[in-house]
Design a protein around this ligand. Structure first.
Ligand code: ADP
Ligand code: MG
Length: 703
């Protein structure tokens, strides 16, 4: 790999000023792909750290393979054939003299590949070792044949970078290599005061970055994977500081912004309460009071309302909206998808229309005249409650006098989007109050770190009279029984979700798996009306399928984890989750919350792949025995880090890149202190520090 000659850099003073397009082999197309990940400068590239590393530094004898671990092996093909089972596959047996050998399996393969695996061929493979029926297996390992096998193994750990479509790992390595060349020439600015770093005895920034991109031979893979190495801690600390600085700054600026005092006469709220078929729970009353008090202040409320799936957040939101409306202001409610926003609109209008309160739903499908009329209704103030997606942020949407914004499922919206909402304020130039609702249970301690700019309200009990969901774990050897169960449920007019998951692999593979499953279930279940949703469908198409399912036109919905958030189909009482052992507990709990919304008892079948590790067994045990999302989150935290609790993978919570406020707890207090110091004494460091870690992330919070 040749390094770019930094001598050409003369114009640049710092890494954050060098655009990626200045690097070799970065044209507009690559630049656009990098921008999708928020990478625009050489500094951004250097702070794009590997998610994991592969050890291709040594060949492992086939007899020493360990299930669940990645390994580099080499051997001779003893046999290869195409099997026609549930799914056509190419099976190749590889042996290295000793031991029973290992089975390589391919579900996608070309005739050339079949020919290449002729008996006697020498192959080097890298992949994850799994326990198959009769032997160890590797599914779709990376393979090199005799003529391509370099005699040497790699001399250091191979970093694997988080990527986006159209950027191969080899491309990443080339880019990072060039960025490291610049790093030597132009070290990044140090924004942390020495007195904050010294007591922690952490390495310098340059050393840490170099180490993480190029871990030397002999590095303990465990240390580095579990993020215990000082190089990680150095960056984690800086990130925590940047995060705290940004939140504190935001919090401070709230105190200087005016908000409308929402002092209504309580009339509408009274009438809503009287019309409800139930009494609010104590927990709902408590948080409603907290919110009502905030709305009487002349500073914008910034409150996070947490409550498990089904805890009854919507009615609390409705009361808050009515308080704004009573005071002569509008209210807006935003949900992460059109489907969810439509559902909200439906349930809210059922409550508000009898009170004579006009509400309106604004969606992407509203076009032309219709759209113009809706926009006019918002601008004139005729629409008192406006429901929609983040499209409500758009410039074309002008409110007459917006008093309150309610955001459902907070984790889809980023901090910066919330900031932007302020601009939607009312005619007097004030900012609206903000209520952010989430069903992602976050333990209080963690919430205080993550959302230091927000006040916290928690609905900690469910309304009475819920039938718990019966959750059972079933090995996938009993898949046929499970399919039979689906047939029966659908036959009885009960709807079913079938969730396909493939964590750690690309979204593309996950979508493929869902397509394949839908096809197979279609063959096995004639007469059952099957719909399919996954992340690669256009959101309008996805919504169309979801609407069909919600309307009872589909019996069975095959989905990837995109259905995780908030869909409410009361008639769905059975859910199958494939590979539950690969999901976080909170994510499982959220998924499971899609059923159990109607009167009949609901069931959730966790279709796992045997054998389970001890930890996996414990985790599935927790999910079976525990109904409370908060309890699950606490136990999840004890078992794993914060990233998993938050479900970073699909939800777009790009809150932290390196740090993990749970794992790195010891750094949290020093980071808070450092943030105070920087804000007080080093104001010039504030902007560039926040920009380095949080700036310009377009992907942030997008669905
Ligand atoms: P979530 O917190 O998940 O948004 P919802 O607001 O959708 O929950 O409430 C779930 C269901 O519980 C709704 O049908 C709602 O009308 C009902 N509900 C809310 N509060 C109560 C209560 N205090 N008693 C009985 N049912 C309630
Ligand atoms: Mg809800």
């Amino acid at each position: 790999m040749t390094l770019i000659a930094p001598g050409r850099s003369s114009g640049f003073q710092s890494l954050e000023r060098i655009p990626v397009t200045h690097l070799k082999r970065v044209g507009p197309r690559i630049a656009e792909r990098l921008a999708r990940l928020g990478i625009r400068t050489v500094q951004d590239l250097l702070f794009h750290l590997p998610v994991r590393y592969q050890d291709r530094t040594r060949l492992l004898p086939i007899g020493e393979l360990i299930v669940g671990e990645d390994a580099l092996i080499e051997g001779e093909v003893s046999e290869a054939n195409i099997a026609f089972g549930r799914r056509r596959s190419l099976k190749v047996w590889l042996a290295d003299g000793a031991s029973a050998g290992v089975l390589l399996r391919f579900f996608h393969f070309s005739p050339q590949q079949v020919a290449a695996f002729k008996p006697g061929a020498r192959v080097r493979c890298y992949g994850e070792v799994r326990q198959g029926h009769d032997s160890l297996e590797m599914v779709h390992p990376e393979c090199r044949f005799q003529n391509e096998i370099a005699t040497e193994t790699e001399s250091r750990l191979t970093p694997i970078y988080p990527s986006t479509e159209g950027l191969q790992q080899s491309a990443w390595r080339g880019l990072i290599e060039q960025a490291l060349g610049w790093l030597a020439h132009l070290p990044p600015a140090e924004y942390l005061p020495e007195e904050t770093l010294d007591p922690l005895a952490l390495p310098g920034l340059v050393e840490a970055l170099r180490y993480l991109h190029h871990p030397p031979l002999g590095t303990s893979l465990v240390d580095i994977l579990e993020r215990r190495h000082p190089a990680f801690l150095r960056l984690a600390f800086e990130e925590l500081v940047a995060h705290q600085v940004s939140l504190r700054r935001m919090r401070a600026s709230q105190g200087t912004i005016a908000a409308p005092v929402l002092a209504g006469d309580g009339g509408l709220r009274q009438r809503l309460r009287a019309a409800l078929p139930f009494q609010l729970t104590e927990a709902q009353e408590r948080v409603a009071t907290e919110i009502a008090a905030d709305l009487l202040q002349d500073r914008p409320m910034q409150r996070l309302l947490q409550g498990d799936v089904g805890a009854g957040k919507t009615v609390v939101a409705a009361l808050a909206a009515l308080q704004s409306i009573e005071a002569g202001c509008q209210a807006a409610l935003m949900a992460p998808t059109e489907l969810l926003s439509e559902q909200h609109h439906r349930s809210l209008t059922a409550w508000l229309t009898p009170l004579g309160v006009e509400s309106l739903w604004l969606a992407g499908r509203h076009k032309g005249r219709e759209r113009a009329e809706l926009l006019e209704s918002i601008a004139s103030g005729r629409a008192r409650l406006v429901v929609g997606t983040h499209a409500l942020f758009q410039d074309e949407v002008t409110f007459r006098d917006l008093g309150l914004v309610i955001i459902d499922e907070q984790h889809r919206f980023g901090v910066h989007q919330r900031m932007k909402l302020r601009e939607k304020g009312g005619r007097n130039g004030g900012a609206p109050h903000q209520l952010i609702m989430t069903a992602t249970p976050i333990p209080r301690s963690l919430a205080m770190t993550l959302y230091a700019d927000l006040d916290l309200s928690v609905i900690d009990t469910l309304p009475p009279g819920r039938t718990p969901i019966v959750t059972v774990a079933v090995p996938d050897s009993r898949r046929d029984d499970v399919i039979e169960r689906v047939r029966m449920a659908c036959g009885q007019g009960r709807q079913t979700y079938w969730v396909c998951t493939l964590i750690d692999e690309s979204e593309a593979l996950e979508c493929q798996a869902a397509e394949e499953t839908a096809r197979q279930l279609g063959e096995r279940l004639p007469g059952v009306r099957i719909g399919l949703v996954h992340g690669r469908l256009k959101s309008a198409d996805r919504d169309a399928v979801m609407v069909g399912f919600a309307g009872g036109e589909l019996d069975l919905l095959v989905a990837t984890t995109v259905i995780e958030v908030g869909v409410d189909v009361a008639n769905a009482s059975l859910m199958i989750i494939e590979n539950p052992e690969r999901l976080g507990l909170s994510q499982l709990h959220q998924l499971r919350g899609r059923v159990g919304r109607g009167a009949v008892e609901s069931h959730c079948l966790l279709l796992y792949h045997a054998p389970l590790s001890a930890v996996a067994r414990e985790r599935l045990g927790i999910i079976r025995a525990t109904a409370s999302g908060f309890e699950i989150a606490e136990r999840d935290l004890a078992l794993r880090g914060a990233g998993e609790v938050l479900g970073t993978r699909q939800t777009g919570t790009v809150q932290f890149r390196v740090a993990d406020p749970v794992r790195d707890q010891a750094l949290v207090t020093p980071a808070q202190r450092a943030a105070d110091l920087i804000l007080a004494r080093y104001p010039d460091a504030v902007e560039p520090l926040v920009a380095r870690w949080m700036g310009n992330r377009e992907a942030y919070g997008q669905v």
